[in-house]
Design a protein around this ligand. Structure first.
Ligand code: PEP
Ligand code: MN
Length: 333
């Protein structure tokens, strides 16, 4: 249920609605909009009787929310959310490019790649210090040493940093270094981790689970938002299907579906979807054409010797080409 306030409702009237909702045994979350504020009721198991709330000063109407997710829903927040991170705005109309290696391997590697992706227009540097690998024998990341390298990358290049947390221990470390905390596909339904990410004062990049439906993905985002963190960025990274021509199947239909269902920004990761670098540029074009708010691209200066995901990492020259194409595509659109 959404309690919509009148255009001229005061902060005191909004607070009175929240107090009344608490008395009913639920929680009221204010959702400020461009024209008016709404208060979303969460924590109810069944229908809510809004009679008492409708009699309060400043209340305009009560709208039932038909979806199982509430805070992420466009029903409760009709305007698209723009997530500010430093001076970067994700969802503001200009696609934001997040680029870097799969994993931070060394200071030299990270700085080399960061310098070149910055030169071509990336705004955020990515690189894992904690890697969720399929094999326990594969490179697992440099841990906190990797985070310190990322801190140096931020200091030397001015790029913002996005990096993954894989469990509660790494989350508290990552939160101290990252500008954007990534929750990976394998952890999309790790509900205790999502709740902890919801308590951070950092934007969270939530990747779609390997076999998650749009509703399951949005419910995962709801976990984060229900803890108070409103800065959630969704990332489509391909799902598991019977097709084996690519590592995963990039679901570009997720972008209009998310747009319709949610106000949260959505970016696309064609690298993990394709699993091969020669498909990354064409899939990126598709993602921008379908309206993605940004791209997450793996880039390596020496992919043949990358410690993870070398096959899908773009060569520097290909990244330059991609950025050039995106620039021209934006003008065309
Ligand atoms: C990554 O971004 O490096 C990663 C592990 O991605 P995903 O969770 O989408 O597999
Ligand atoms: Mn990777």
């Amino acid at each position: 249920m959404l309690i919509v306030m009148k255009n001229d409702a005061t902060e005191g009237q909004v607070q009175a609605v929240i107090r009344e909702i608490q008395k009913m045994g639920y929680r009221g979350v204010p959702m400020p909009g461009a024209i008016r504020t709404a208060v979303c009721i969460i924590g109810n198991k069944g229908p809510v009787d809004a009679t008492q709330l409708l009699s309060l000063e400043g209340v305009r109407e009560a709208i039932p929310v038909t979806k199982p997710y509430k805070l992420v829903s466009r029903e409760t927040h009709p305007e698209s959310s723009v997530i500010s991170v430093g001076d970067v705005k994700i969802g503001g109309g200009e696609p934001v490019i997040i680029a870097g290696p799969c994993a931070v391997e060394s200071e030299e590697q990270a700085l080399t790649i960061a310098t070149l992706v910055k030169e071509h227009g990336a705004r955020v540097f990515r690189g894992g210090a904690f890697k969720p690998r399929t094999s326990p024998y594969s490179f697992q990341g440099l841990g906190e040493k990797g985070l310190k390298i990322l801190q140096k990358v931020r200091r030397e290049t001015g790029l913002l940093i996005a990096t993954e947390a894989i469990d509660s221990e790494s989350l508290s470390l990552v939160a101290g270094y990252a500008d954007i905390v990534q929750i990976g596909a394998r952890n999309m339904q790790n509900y205790s981790l999502l709740r902890l990410a919801g308590q951070l004062n950092k934007p969270v990049l939530l990747k779609r689970g390997l076999a998650a439906t749009i509703d399951e993905w949005l419910m995962a985002a709801e976990y984060i938002m229900s803890e108070g963190n409103t800065r959630v960025i969704l990332c489509e990274r391909g799902i598991r299907t019977f097709s084996d021509n690519t590592r995963n199947t990039l679901d570009l239909s997720a972008i209009p579906s998310i747009r319709e269902a949610s106000h949260l920004p959505i970016i696309v990761d064609p690298s993990h979807a394709a699993g091969r670098r020669d498909y990354v540029i064409p899939l990126s074009r598709g993602a921008i054409a379908v309206g993605a708010d940004g791209l997450l691209i793996e880039v390596h200066h020496d992919p043949a010797h990358a410690l993870s995901d070398g096959m899908q990492s773009l060569y520097p020259q290909q990244f330059a080409e991609l950025m050039d194409e995106i620039g021209r595509l934006k003008q065309f659109l």
